[in-house]
Design a protein around this ligand. Sequence first.
Ligand code: NAP
Length: 291
Amino acid sequence: MFLVTGATGQIGRRVVRLLREQQQPVRAFVRLESNYRELEQRGAEIFIGDLAQDKDIAKACEGVKYIISAHGSERNTQAVDYRANVELIDQGKAQGVQHFVFTSVLGADRGYEDSPVFKAKREVERYLQKSELNYTILRPAGLASNLIPLAERFRNTGFYLIIGDPKNRTSIVSSDDVAKIAIDSVSVEGAKNQIFPVGGPQVLKREDIPEIFSRIFNREPLTVTVPLFVLDTIRNGLGLIDPETQKALGTLRTVSTNEFFCTNAEIDHLETTFNMKMESLESFMTRYFGT
Ligand SMILES: NC(=O)c1ccc[n+]([C@@H]2O[C@H](COP(=O)([O-])OP(=O)(O)OC[C@H]3O[C@@H](n4cnc5c(N)ncnc54)[C@H](OP(=O)(O)O)[C@@H]3O)[C@@H](O)[C@H]2O)c1
């Protein structure tokens, strides 16, 4: 039995779909208020709970062989990104789980102080590495599925917004590839106790993305770049009325300021280990929009 947390999220729901296509038994950890009907229809066992509650995690881990942690929260970082993963690891150990796959983030090891999410990821990585569980840590770059709403807006208006430096490099990765790698991590020998940067096959500049959309939708791009000081001004202003949102925006600031790309050697290693070819952003979007 696989336990998948974040099962209604972009990666998690793809993990559940793929596991069910392979006829694997899977328990999907979901919140009552979330939309989990599709997972149920695909034959996943639905476990309703809250990852901020240790007793829910303990119950969800009963009888589980593999754990794929694919949840995340921008607002409740300490409880959900940090504590819940520590509890999942402890329960995984107690239950004799055979392999734990943790979805971290590219750059988790760079010490970005402004982002609680990046800090939580690094701390969980360390905890997992010391846990004596078999593990695989995946550090994905930005997910292609994040860009679907932006692509939809581009299709209708040609408009594309970049916050920060348009020359910054990124290795946008197919969310379907991340899901496949997460599942294969439990069985591929070369993935045992390893950390993998997970990116797409090309290093893109952020300004390349509207050009890709332009080719897909056959439409001229209208790209607007917002300098970082505008984000900083909004963030500082928010600090006076909503300090929680100000903190949460630290992750957006970190992502907008820095480069998140994988080297060719890292992608070669990933493709060789998992015996697959990583999909480009253009292919992912073309497939999604059926153009
Ligand atoms: N998106 C990216 O570009 C990116 C890049 C690198 C790494 N990652 C990492 O990859 C992982 C998955 O990202 P994603 O974009 O697929 O996530 P997502 O779409 O934002 O989904 C987050 C998931 O976590 C669940 N969740 C949040 N709080 C919960 C709680 N208290 N109890 C139970 N479930 C809870 C959400 O459930 P609800 O449906 O109920 O909200 C949802 O299923 C995260 O760890 C993220 O940090 C993401």
